[in-house]
Write a protein that binds this ligand. Structure first.
Ligand SMILES: Cc1cc2nc3c(=O)[nH]c(=O)nc-3n(C[C@H](O)[C@H](O)[C@H](O)COP(=O)(O)O)c2cc1C
Length: 215
């Protein structure tokens, strides 16, 4: 099993999502001693904002790509290849200003590539990155999952499900700690709920990855 562990919180050692992804990865490794793990810390190694240079080589507007175009294309290529080679992707996704951190969006902008992770057909878009499991470690200051208004306001879990689903990844599991900024007791309850999610989600994901490898 090839595991890709992605963190994006800017809160370092105080981050809830980093704590959750570390626990998820530890559980998956324990269940799959042969698993290989690659790690991306997007708060440290942040891809540049998506730009004309990042698309330059695809447009091929001039005979020779510029240095900037080559450099940006190499970043995209490294990240999309790494993503495509993974069986299970564990993504730490804090809720910042009702959506994901821009560092995480910058990574998604590099892996959402026509011809690699999706394609357009006469019947519409088709995802090319199926057969993967995505585990999202969602951390939220407030509570959004239990009300219609909360669900309408969050563009984090809903966005991740939409964009990875577009790329063909429909096996998306959510580990959620929400309400972590509402006081000590709500935070403790949120972490306990997330811990229970982790045990359920990692047992499933590990079993399925083993089944897929032996099929
Ligand atoms: C810049 C920033 C923006 C935030 N925006 C929101 C928000 O829109 N809604 C919310 O409920 N919590 C918000 N929070 C609280 C975080 O969701 C909460 O601290 C969570 O634990 C962040 O994940 P992390 O600890 O892994 O960074 C925000 C926190 C930060 C630092």
């Amino acid at each position: 099993m090839k595991l890709l562990h992605v963190d994006s919180s800017v809160l370092g050692a105080n981050s809830v999502s980093r704590q959750l992804t570390a626990e998820i990865v530890a559980q998956l490794r324990a269940a799959n001693p042969g698993a290989t793990v690659e790690y991306l810390d997007l708060a440290v190694d942040t891809p540049n904002h998506f730009s004309a240079d990042a698309l330059g080589i695809k447009f091929g507007q001039q005979a020779e790509p510029t240095e900037a175009q080559r450099r940006e294309n190499a970043v995209s290529e490294r990240l999309v290849s790494q993503f495509l080679a993974s069986d299970v992707i564990v993504v730490g996704a804090p809720l910042y200003n009702f959506t994901i951190p821009s560092q995480l969006k910058a990574w998604i902008d590099r892996i959402a590539q026509a011809g690699r992770t999706f394609k357009y057909t006469d019947k519409g878009a088709v995802g090319l990155a199926g057969d993967k499991t995505l585990i999202v470690a969602s951390s939220r200051g407030g509570i959004y999952s239990t009300s219609e208004m909360g669900q309408a306001m969050e563009h984090q879990e809903s966005y991740l499900k939409a964009v990875f689903g577009f790329m063909g990844v429909t096996d998306v599991r959510i580990v959620r700690a929400e309400g972590v900024a509402m006081g000590d007791a709500p935070k403790a309850a949120a972490l306990a709920a997330a811990h229970a999610d982790i045990l359920a989600v990692t047992a499933d994901a590990a079993n399925e990855a083993v089944a897929a490898q032996t099929a």
